[in-house]
Design a protein around this ligand. Structure first.
Ligand code: PRP
Ligand code: URA
Length: 211
């Protein structure tokens, strides 16, 4: 399914693994493994239209022109800490990507994103920047991350998450209409504490076994 600037990656394998992740029966270890597997499938979709250029190579039989990715190495940006759960799997597929980290946590009272870390590769303005975080709830965190990256020069971004709330999609698109969203599912709503319902709980806690 694809609404304007929102791509829902509803491949059967993604949906199956996501269901297993949502369940309280999934241990942290199982949760991390499933997240890594799903991130491969999300990476496949978010990179589907990357530009290619032909280079000359020699196979055992002949010289030929064959395609490779063109342009500057793309940049993956993980919103700490839960973003790292998605980052690792995407790096499996794009091992040469540059990686940036932005540390943000959601203040439990105000729900505002609080920044505590920022480290990016150079020349963001010349790279496709793929920002990753499993959860798009109020979108305060992802909006803050993308705003910060734009200030740092990024001008070609995509946002990849696992679960999005309709409220978060609306807020994100209002703030950053130029940044497409890729998600495995759009859930029903946010609860009174701005958790995604049905959701999967706190992604960081489930990945790392904290509480
Ligand atoms: C979670 C999640 C997102 C944010 C989503 O992070 O990983 O970054 O909440 O919520 P929002 O859309 O309402 O901003 P959290 O603040 O729990 O930090 P963590 O990754 O360190 O656990
Ligand atoms: N952050 C999470 O980890 N889960 C939610 O449901 C909302 C924000």
């Amino acid at each position: 399914m694809s609404v304007t600037n929102v791509t829902v990656i509803d491949h059967p394998l993604v949906q199956h693994k996501l269901t297993l992740m949502r369940s309280t029966e999934a241990s942290s270890s199982t949760f991390r493994t499933l997240l890594r597997e799903i991130s491969h499938l999300l990476a496949y979709e978010v990179t589907r239209d990357l530009p290619l250029q032909n280079i000359e190579i020699e196979t055992p039989l002949t010289k030929t022109q064959a395609p490779v990715l063109s342009g500057k190495k793309l940049c993956l940006v993980s919103i700490l800490r839960a973003g790292n759960g998605l980052l690792e799997g995407i790096l499996d597929l794009i091992p040469s990507a540059r990686v940036g980290h932005i540390g943000l946590y959601r203040d439990p009272d105000t729900l505002e994103a609080v920044e505590y870390y920022y480290k990016m590769p150079s020349e963001l303005d010349q790279r496709l920047v793929i920002v990753v975080d499993p959860m798009l709830a109020t979108a305060n965190s992802s909006i803050a991350a993308v705003t910060r990256l734009k200030e740092g020069g990024a001008n070609n971004m995509r946002f990849v998450c696992l679960l999005a709330a309709p409220e978060g999609i609306e807020a994100f698109q209002k703030a950053h209409p130029d940044v497409p969203i890729y998600t495995a599912a759009v859930d029903d709503h946010l609860n009174d504490h701005s958790y995604i319902v049905p959701g999967l709980g706190d992604a960081g806690d489930r990945i790392y076994g904290t509480r």
